[in-house]
Design a protein around this ligand. Structure first.
Ligand code: C5P
Length: 222
């Protein structure tokens, strides 16, 4: 791990993605949604009609290409994923993907495939990476770990206001109870309850913990 990594974990719709983008923009670090990697693989299994028995063999043949450094919404350094040469970005929120991703994510071969690629990113970049196991499994050695949470009501409201058809509570159940890399509060992480905070307040809270750790924002959050 040559670059620095800020790990932001938490359940679905806890605000991880928006907060991570904002923190990455403030620091001019690369934003990485590890969920996009799982959604990309889930989309591929739907595309290819892969059964769970064939998943390990199928994933070993996949080519995942990362395109980085495009500025997302003009402010955040971001990456796009190509699976076997096809850009998966337009597919990541499809209902079939949301319905299958947490099952796909229970498979160790899938997690190994993705974790190797997430770790490789830290060889060349400073990262703000969000997910379910970033502070516990992918980068347990990073000193910058955050766990975001919010009440189930607020999380359900946030997700439905995005217009997404997504069974958040079922994904949370699967993500928290699986045998491999379940969603937990990683050791040493700072827990932030975002229920009564707006986006800018959460970003500012995360950044406020970074100053003493000598990570300096390059521009203001506003
Ligand atoms: O973050 P997002 O909602 O896009 O993640 C989609 C799903 O991918 C999660 O519900 C979880 O099943 C899986 N995931 C995971 N580990 C991660 C990130 C995502 O298992 N680090």
């Amino acid at each position: 791990m040559a670059g620095r990594v800020i790990a932001i974990d938490g359940p679905a719709a806890s605000g991880k993605s928006s907060v991570s983008r904002g923190v990455a923009a403030a620091l001019d670090w690369l934003f990485v949604s590890s969920g996009h990697f799982y959604r990309t693989v889930a989309w591929g299994t739907v595309r290819d009609g892969v059964s769970s028995d064939d998943l390990a063999a199928w994933i070993s043949l996949r080519q995942l290409t990362l395109l980085n450094d495009n500025k997302d919404q003009g402010t955040t350094r971001n990456i796009s994923l190509l699976l076997d040469g096809e850009n998966t970005t337009p597919h990541l929120s499809e209902p079939e993907v949301a319905a299958t991703v947490s099952l796909i994510a229970t498979v160790p071969a899938v997690r190994d495939f993705i974790n190797a690629r997430l770790r490789a990113l830290a060889e060349h970049h400073d990262l703000v990476m969000e997910g379910r196991d970033i502070g516990s499994v992918v980068f347990p050695e990073t000193p910058w770990k955050f766990y975001l949470d919010a009440s189930p009501e607020v999380r359900a409201r946030r997700r439905s206001s995005e217009g997404a058809i997504d069974s958040v509570s079922e994904r949370d159940r699967l993500d928290s109870t699986r045998a491999t890399a379940p969603l937990i509060i990683p050791n040493g992480s700072i827990v932030i309850d975002t229920t009564h905070l707006d986006l800018q307040q959460v970003i500012a809270t995360v950044l406020s913990y970074l100053d003493p750790l000598t990570v300096t924002p390059t521009r203001s959050v506003q």
